[in-house]
Design a protein around this ligand. Structure first.
Ligand SMILES: [Zn+2]
Length: 420
């Protein structure tokens, strides 16, 4: 595999991506101006004066993937911070012990996060939302680290930073947690997060998050119901909180594992409430297949949310890769096509629906405009040498080219030889 990240080329008047094959089978030239699609014409159209040209030679051109749920502060620590139990509690314990031992320096975090971002871009990702621990133990050093990473990758990727608060957050016991959230907002985060499902007062923790987000004018993205206990349905509480308070910024609920364990009529009812409250649900197959179900040796649950029930209710369901090679998940290639393949196998989605969940679905969950190859759409693309979306998801080949707002940001070409 040969990989070379290119710095964005000259801006010129615009750029034309020639001989691109779209998923609907058309071969087209895509004209890009000012970071957006200006026109999509039949292949062979004249190149406008002053335009740069990229010849795609019939490669499949897709909306660029986005990563709606990363933990860049934790990425690539699988060897340094082992989790012998393999479950969520074991991962949290391993992580907090490492942090308390001073094994996590800001400098080390910046280098690892930067390496993880590079991997994502090379695989096609042009927008990332990363949660970062903002607990009394961690303070805001993770926020500062990710802001530095964002600065390094300016022009190459959009990076949204979510304040991942700890517990407890409500009442007098939550004063310290709320103070760190305040410091994180001051340091500059883009989204308010949290872990209400681990909090002694889940609804109280949610209310703290919504109130802080309302004051700051920011979206909310909460780790929600990351448990196999079907009785825990904070997603419903969240939907009701949104409706009750008239919260007007975008809301996402990540994981929602327990909904996948609930009976179909409960799934349908909660999904309807989530859809009515316009909550985007982000499912995270890698980490939840890894962490959940270790106490169920027979018919081990998959740990995914009720994807079909949510979609039937009209809720937006996006998907991400979550943890990458850390105590929460030992594997993961930072490739949205890996996530899409897992959605096909573990959530029974079609390859096309799965790809939509890791690209336009993820973009919408992050508050970004989707790419439908219409004039005015953002020029964020992944070109891949594959005959179809299904084959792209199945093979996940590494002959790929990536554009963000019309500028090339990565290019890889796979070389294979068989000595027969
Ligand atoms: Zn997470």
């Amino acid at each position: 595999m040969g990989t070379a990240a290119e710095r964005p080329g000259s801006d010129g008047e615009g750029r034309m991506l020639r001989n691109a094959r779209l998923a609907d089978g058309r071969t087209v030239d895509v004209h890009v101006r000012g970071g957006a699609i200006a026109a999509v014409a039949a292949a062979g159209s004249p190149v406008p004066a002053g335009f740069d040209r990229d010849d795609l030679d019939g490669w499949l051109l897709l909306p660029a993937p986005a990563e709606p749920h990363a933990h860049l502060d934790k990425a690539l620590t699988a060897e340094a911070i082992p989790n012998p139990r393999g479950d969520l509690a074991g991962a949290i314990e391993a992580w907090t012990t490492a942090a308390a031992d001073g094994r996590l320096t800001e400098e080390n975090m910046i280098e690892r996060a930067a390496a993880a971002v590079e991997l994502l871009i090379v695989h096609g990702v042009t927008a990332i939302r990363s949660h970062v621990n903002t607990t009394p133990e961690a303070g805001v050093s993770g926020v500062q680290a990710l802001r530095e990473v964002r600065r390094r990758f300016e022009g190459l990727v959009d990076l949204q930073i979510v304040a991942l608060t700890g517990k407890p957050m409500a009442g007098t016991d939550g004063a310290e947690g709320r103070a760190v959230l305040g410091a994180a907002l001051e340091a500059g985060v883009d989204v308010v997060g949290g872990v209400p499902h681990l909090d002694p007062d889940p609804v109280g923790a949610m209310e703290v998050a919504f109130a802080a987000a309302r004051d700051a004018g920011l979206p909310v993205d909460l780790h929600t119901d990351e448990t196999l206990d079907p009785e825990m349905l904070n997603l419903r509480d969240m939907a009701r909180a949104v409706q009750r308070t008239g919260f007007e910024h975008p809301v996402a609920a990540s994981h929602c594992v327990s909904l996948g364990m609930a009976p179909p009529e409960i799934q349908a009812a909660v999904a309807a409430e989530a859809a009515a409250a316009d909550i985007a649900v982000i499912t995270l197959p890698q980490t939840n297949l890894y962490l959940q179900g270790r106490d169920h040796p027979a018919a081990t649950p998959r740990g995914l949310t009720a994807v079909d029930a949510l979609q039937r209710a009209g809720a937006l369901v996006a998907a991400g890769a979550d943890n990458v090679q850390d105590p929460f998940n030992l594997v993961g290639r930072s490739d949205p096509l890996e996530t899409a393949a897992l959605l096909v196998m573990a959530a029974h989605q079609s390859p096309e629906a799965a790809y939509d969940m890791v690209s336009n679905g993820a973009r919408r969950a992050m508050g970004l405009a989707p790419v439908h190859f219409q004039p005015g759409d953002p020029a964020d693309f992944l070109a891949i040498d594959a005959p179809s979306v299904r084959a792209a998801v199945a093979d996940a080949g590494m002959s790929r080219r990536v554009w963000r707002r019309g500028r090339p940001v990565a290019s890889s070409r796979q070389h294979t030889r068989l000595f027969a």
